[in-house]
Design a protein around this ligand. Structure first.
Ligand SMILES: [Zn+2]
Length: 281
């Protein structure tokens, strides 16, 4: 269990387990001969990725950032991604119940970031976190609804439409404060409206940049995901992110890193950002 104190807040990494994605798609234009030095693909060319959620206990509220893949995939999709749907088990291990969650924040609506927003009960999607208010950017939801041929496979309407229809999910227009010490900041690139989550307490900052910097193997600004809709924006926004995250010593939480769920960043020998280990309690 990865847990740390940030000012008055307690931060815990929860996980929906690992899954597998095509290594080429994850590294975009980076040649395999370079990325396979950082992570070894299997015979199907897939690599393991984590589904890390962040639980923030502020003392007044419990905030959950991201909800993994969930339990609603078809058998065929599950055999492709080899996901484990273990987020609720991870809740148990952390001694927290889904009823205790006050706020759920989705950075965007790709299937591997909002899957446990809902689960099927008698064949119908119902909220996994019944008391929570859910948040996402309105632009992201509109794009998801567009079902564009480029990326409609990444969106599963049962993860969000029932929550928007019932009013339980709130659609944001740009940067916003969600609760004291918890804010979202839009960093376009992976999708046009991807939002990072900023956690601030006692003068310290943690940030969950989601697929802007998905894991410690993608720290180099030009190592962007093949899935990114606006790769030039991804590069510009990674620089914008590092320009503050490095001097201000932000704790960076990686959505898809199965080895390093969080790290501080510094500029390494080659002039590029590298991860520094975190001392945990
Ligand atoms: Zn994504």
């Amino acid at each position: 269990m990865h847990r740390i104190t940030l000012g008055d807040f307690e931060l815990t990494i929860l996980s929906d387990g690992n899954y597998r994605m095509d290594g080429g798609a994850m590294f975009g234009i980076i040649p395999k001969i370079m990325w396979e030095k950082r992570i070894q693909p299997d015979e199907r060319n897939t690599i393991p990725l984590a589904l890390n959620s962040l639980l923030v206990r502020t003392g007044k509220q419990n905030i959950l950032i991201e909800t993994g893949i969930g339990s609603k995939l078809s058998e065929k999709s599950q055999s492709i991604y080899q996901n484990q749907a273990r987020l609720l088990k991870s809740f148990e291990e952390a001694g927290v119940s889904p009823d205790e969650i006050d706020v759920v924040i989705n950075t965007h609506l790709h299937f591997d970031h909002c899957g446990w927003n809902t689960y099927y009960k008698d064949g119908k999607p119902v909220p996994t976190f019944p008391r929570a208010r859910y948040y996402v950017q309105e632009g992201e939801w509109r794009h998801a609804r567009e079902q564009h041929e480029r990326d409609r496979v990444s969106y599963m309407t049962d993860n969000y439409d029932p929550l928007v229809a019932s009013g339980q999910m709130q659609l944001l227009k740009g940067d916003a404060e969600i609760a004291p010490g918890i804010a979202v900041k839009v960093y376009p690139g992976h999708t046009r409206d991807l939002q990072a989550v900023m956690v601030r307490s006692g003068g310290r900052v943690a940030c969950y940049p989601s697929d802007l910097v998905s894991d410690a193997k993608h720290l180099d600004p030009v190592w962007t995901l093949g899935y990114d809709l606006y790769p030039l924006d991804s590069i510009a926004n990674k620089h914008r992110f590092y320009d503050v995250a490095i001097p201000e010593q932000w704790l960076v939480v990686f959505t898809h890193d199965h080895e390093t769920p969080w790290a501080y960043l510094e500029i390494g020998d080659k002039g590029r950002p590298v991860a520094k280990p975190v001392g945990e309690m």
